[in-house]
Design a protein around this ligand. Structure first.
Ligand code: PLP
Length: 498
């Protein structure tokens, strides 16, 4: 399929399409609703409510028919790209398919409509869902206790580091520094800085892993802990992880694991078993909540026993009498980090997903994700430079260095992929790989889809050789072509205005 795609010319044929004409649909007097006649006294609203509460005309409010509204939004949805459209190999994001049945479960009436202030006696089922979700996540990570409160991976990090601080302060001194490898996600140093610690960066070694001698030198009694992403952002597992944990613990520090990449480990390895003290998970990556577009998120934190007292309050507890309750009686807790119990619907989805898959299914998911990433890596490594060739887990990171000789960079190749009908991979991250191309296919992709993606990548490499301009000006087939990405990020236009 990808091979058939003819490189489109950069000039678009000069026809005005139906949908170009009909973006502005509003005309005075058109309505999309047919309201029943008023059957109560037509008292002056201003009299009843007070003039300040009555809104007259809404300026610029579109006046459109129902069909026009439906066509408008349906048409807009076809201008976008999503997991439901095709492969979404955005590395570090785990853009996998989220089974629809989990959406159905999250929308069940008793689950979706319970008032967050409902007393515990009336919320036993939902409290049990929270309790069981935490228990499953504890089993998956091997940890002893879990809080579902944090509303994102980054907030889980903040929560975890604040717990490390509280624990060390209890031991006498919170210490000053947290160590972070240079391959880390940007949220890691940000969370550490907000927690009041200084960040010290550790250089990765030639294998793309943490350098043990560098860690040995940096790990002093001033260091509160090490924050490590496993597998790291190169998709590489820290094979020396036990030794790393020993080095950190020997100096009284704690090991924090950024578990956003847990899609590579679930059902196969428990972080507690390799020395992790505290970690977060991203339910919106690994555990079936759709993500992208800014929300909702959920970044549960999982801890070993000695950190349990510091977990955010309240925790869902299961009493001797068999009843579930919110336990606020937690003197050492770092306090609340999110209103109520976090994004409850995401816990529901996660539990449905975990129970539907079972231990076997979760393990299979992980193995398929790793297999898919390694398949892509093997089939592309003759075309793209692979700066770190240690074995990959769930994602692989190439560099654009060979194509850069022709002036084509990772971002150009990513844009050209759009013309072939694929969402781009992650560009320019991790920062330790110049011109990084980070590919995470996830377990959702079939072999046929991966083959089409690989064909597209191979075809683009050929284009770079024969007609680099074509790639440099891509995409050609989209509604807008090259955007000013800085302006799009700094001054986004998020609202249509008449
Ligand atoms: C996504 C991600 C995060 C941050 O998670 P958010 O929910 O976006 O805050 C942190 N670390 C890694 C490695 C990630 O991939």
């Amino acid at each position: 399929m990808a091979k058939m795609l003819k490189p489109p010319s950069s000039a678009r044929p000069h026809i005005t399409r139906n949908e170009d004409l009909i973006f502005e649909l509003s005309a005075p007097g058109k309505v999309g609703a047919d309201l029943a006649p008023l059957d109560v006294p037509a008292a002056s609203a201003a009299e009843e409510l007070g003039a300040e509460l009555v809104r007259g005309e809404i300026e610029g409010f579109p006046e459109v028919s129902e069909l026009e509204v439906i066509r408008h939004f349906t048409r807009l949805s076809t201008w976008n790209y999503g997991v439901d459209t095709g492969l979404y190999p955005l590395g570090s994001c785990t853009m996998k398919y989220n089974p629809r049945v989990n959406e159905v479960v999250a929308r069940l009436e008793g689950v979706a409509t319970l008032h967050p202030y409902a007393p515990d006696e009336l919320a036993q089922g939902c409290l049990r869902v929270l309790y069981e979700t935490a228990r499953c996540l504890a089993e998956i990570t091997g940890m002893d206790a879990v809080s579902l409160q944090p509303a994102a991976g980054a907030q889980g990090e903040l929560t975890g580091i604040l717990m490390i601080r509280a624990h060390l302060a209890d031991r006498g001194h919170p210490r000053k520094t947290i160590l972070i490898p240079d391959s880390a996600h940007g949220t890691n140093p940000a969370s550490v800085a907000i927690s009041g610690y200084e960040v010290r960066n550790l250089k990765s070694n030639a294998r793309g892993c943490l350098d043990l001698s560098e860690l040995g030198r940096a790990m002093t009694e001033d260091v509160a802990g090490l924050m490590l992403t496993i597998p790291n952002t190169l998709g590489i597992f820290e094979t020396d992880i036990r030794k790393i944990a020993e080095l950190v613990h020997a100096k009284g520090g704690l090991l924090y694991m950024d578990g956003a990449n847990m899609n590579a480990l679930v059902g196969v390895a428990q972080p507690a078993a390799f020395g992790v003290d505290v970690m977060h998970l991203n339910l919106h990556k690994t555990f079936t909540t759709p993500h992208g577009g800014g929300g909702p998120g959920s970044g549960p934190v999982a801890v070993r026993k000695f950190l349990e007292p510091y977990l955010p309050s309240p925790l869902v507890a299961h009493g001797q009498d068999g009843r579930y309750f919110l336990d606020f009686d937690r003197a050492k807790s770092i306090g609340r980090v999110r209103s109520f119990c976090g994004n409850f619907g995401m816990a529901v989805r996660a539990l449905a997903y975990i129970l539907a898959n079972g231990a076997e299914g979760l393990r299979q998911t992980t193995e398929d994700a790793v297999l898919n990433a390694n398949y892509v890596r093997e089939r592309l490594k003759d075309l793209f430079a692979l700066p770190y060739d240690s074995p990959s887990l769930h994602e692989c990171v190439f560099s654009d260095s060979r194509q850069a000789a022709k002036g084509v960079r990772t971002g150009d190749i990513a844009k050209r992929l759009i013309d072939y009908g694929f969402h781009p991979y992650t560009t320019s991250f991790p920062l330790i790989v110049p011109g990084a191309m980070m590919i995470e296919p996830t377990e959702s992709a079939s072999k046929a889809e991966l083959d089409a993606f690989i064909e597209a990548m191979r075809s683009i490499v050929q284009e770079v050789e024969e007609d680099a301009e074509l790639v440099l000006k891509a995409p050609h087939t989209t509604r807008v072509t090259r955007l000013d990405e800085t302006a799009a990020a700094r001054k986004p236009v998020l609202r249509w205005k008449p």
